[in-house]
Design a protein around this ligand. Structure first.
Ligand code: UGA
Length: 438
């Protein structure tokens, strides 16, 4: 493999993982961020995000002299070994007005680096962007000696390093063969199938993958509701369909709805992309609507379980929440379904107390307004009318359910993640309500 000099702009979970992993593959990487404090912490080997193995790779990369951190994109273009040959853009593209991806950060970086890129340099966009953005970046750069490549990432939060080093595929989109091959070669040691395509198709792959995953989950959540009505068991149904290799077992667990910083943002952005192409993407719209409805469905389940009636009042009812993050293995609260359910429960008048292994009680996250966070799972049960499990942290399985049974006012558990062993809970005297089974 040919080791390259690389700049990575943005040290979020995508940028930092990309930088640290590329350094571990033998490249020399300079990572840049606008946040000087964060850069300082990274230089000290401190990684703020919960991402297994990332801190080790950051330390190893720095010790080997292959990974360094600077403030400001332009400063990443000249590293210890010379000018960057490949520049990765890994900046946020949040949901902007009307669901359209907000490209301000991408644009700002492009303007900052435009005049300082070395001749022959390849600019690689990893940020999730609407189809046509590579072309727009090319126009903004206005440099005929610089090539723009789209190379989407498929990293899951919480297993980003694993996913980077064990990719299902590498997608490289560019109209120039040389640049595409240069970027594909960066990953050659990983031995993954590589799809070389044009930039627009590569950009589309990213949205298409996330929207498909969202659609799969909305389908499963709808199927679970139907199973409840028909007396079927969603666990058996998904196992039964999942053995079909065309469907697969992954991403088939029903839940309180899909969330996080990617799926909601990308489904909305794809809808906007479709609208702008005058295409009515009904399937995707239904996917999003099914997800929104799922949150209310969780509240309806709590209401029925606690009050015994579909119209019973939750006013002043104390509910214990197990889990706040959008999924297990991360401390990320962005677009967390648990918090969406919490907001609806609060609207219905419930009082909420919550425990999450990744969220300390002194967390100042604004998303937690109105929820009392505690540091011990035992504390979450005190005098509650029901416990609602909303994030699939494995440690919830081994809670001391007999102890919790002694603290609650009603022994009711609503397990929205199909995580707990109903027999264990029943032995502790709990009535268990889950999705897709009776
Ligand atoms: C997602 C994609 O899985 C990654 O491939 C992609 O790179 C990333 O977005 C991105 O665009 O950057 P992530 O947001 O980390 O990754 O989360 P997922 O693991 O996909 O989970 C998304 C949501 O679906 C979570 O709320 C999760 O709890 C839920 N989920 C997942 C279920 O409800 N059931 C399942 O069986 C799986």
């Amino acid at each position: 493999m040919f080791a390259r000099r690389i700049a990575v702009i943005g040290t979020g979970y995508v940028g930092l993982t990309t930088g640290a992993c590329l350094a571990s593959l033998g490249h020399t990487v300079v990572c840049a961020d606008v946040d000087a404090d964060k850069v300082e912490r990274l230089r000290d080997g401190k990684v703020d995000i919960l991402e297994p193995r990332l801190d080790d790779l950051v330390a190893e990369g720095q010790a080997a002299g292959r990974l360094s951190f600077v403030v400001g994109a332009a400063n990443a273009l000249t590293g210890p070994a010379g000018a960057a040959e490949v520049v990765f853009l890994c900046v946020p593209t949040p949901m902007g007005v009307g669901g359209v991806a907000d490209l301000n950060a991408v644009q700002a970086v492009v303007e900052e680096v435009r005049d300082q890129l070395a001749p022959g340099c390849v600019v690689v966009n990893k940020s999730t962007v609407p189809v046509g953005t590579a072309q727009r970046i090319h126009e903004l750069l206005a440099r005929e000696d610089v090539t723009v490549v789209s190379n989407p990432e498929f990293l899951r939060e919480g297993s980003a390093v694993h996913d980077f080093l064990n990719p299902d595929r590498i997608v490289v989109g560019c109209d120039t063969q040389d640049a595409a091959e240069k970027v594909a070669a960066l990953y050659s040691r990983l031995g993954a199938p590589t799809v070389l395509t044009d930039a627009a198709s590569a950009e589309m792959v990213k949205y298409a993958a996330n929207c498909f995953l969202a659609m799969k989950l909305s389908y499963v959540n709808a199927l679970a509701e139907l199973c409840e009505r028909l007396g079927a068991d969603i666990g058996d149904v998904t196992e039964g369909i999942g053995y079909d290799h065309r469907i697969g077992q992954a991403f088939l667990t029903p839940g309180p709805g899909w969330g996080g910083s990617c799926l909601p943002k990308d489904t909305h952005a794809m809808l906007q992309v479709a609208d702008s192409a005058d295409f009515e993407f009904r399937l995707l719209r239904a996917t999003i609507e099914t997800n929104n409805r799922q949150r209310q469905r969780m509240v309806d389940k709590v209401r029925l379980a606690v009050t015994g009636s579909r119209t019973g009042s939750l006013s002043r009812v104390r509910i214990g929440m197990l889990g706040l993050t959008f999924k297990a293995g991360t401390d990320d609260l962005r677009d967390s379904p648990a918090l969406a359910v919490a907001a609806l429960l609060r609207q219905a008048g419930a009082e909420l107390i919550a425990y999450d292994p990744a969220v300390p009680s002194n967390s100042a996250a604004p998303e937690l307004a109105g929820v009392t966070v505690v540091d011990e799972p035992a504390m979450v049960a005190k005098d509650v009318e029901a416990l609602v499990l909303l994030t699939e942290w494995p440690e919830f399985r081994s809670l001391d359910w007999s102890e919790l049974a002694g603290a609650v006012r009603q022994r009711i558990v609503i397990d929205t993640r199909s995580l707990l062993d109903p027999d264990v809970l029943r032995r502790a005297g709990f009535a268990v309500h889950s999705l897709g089974r009776n």
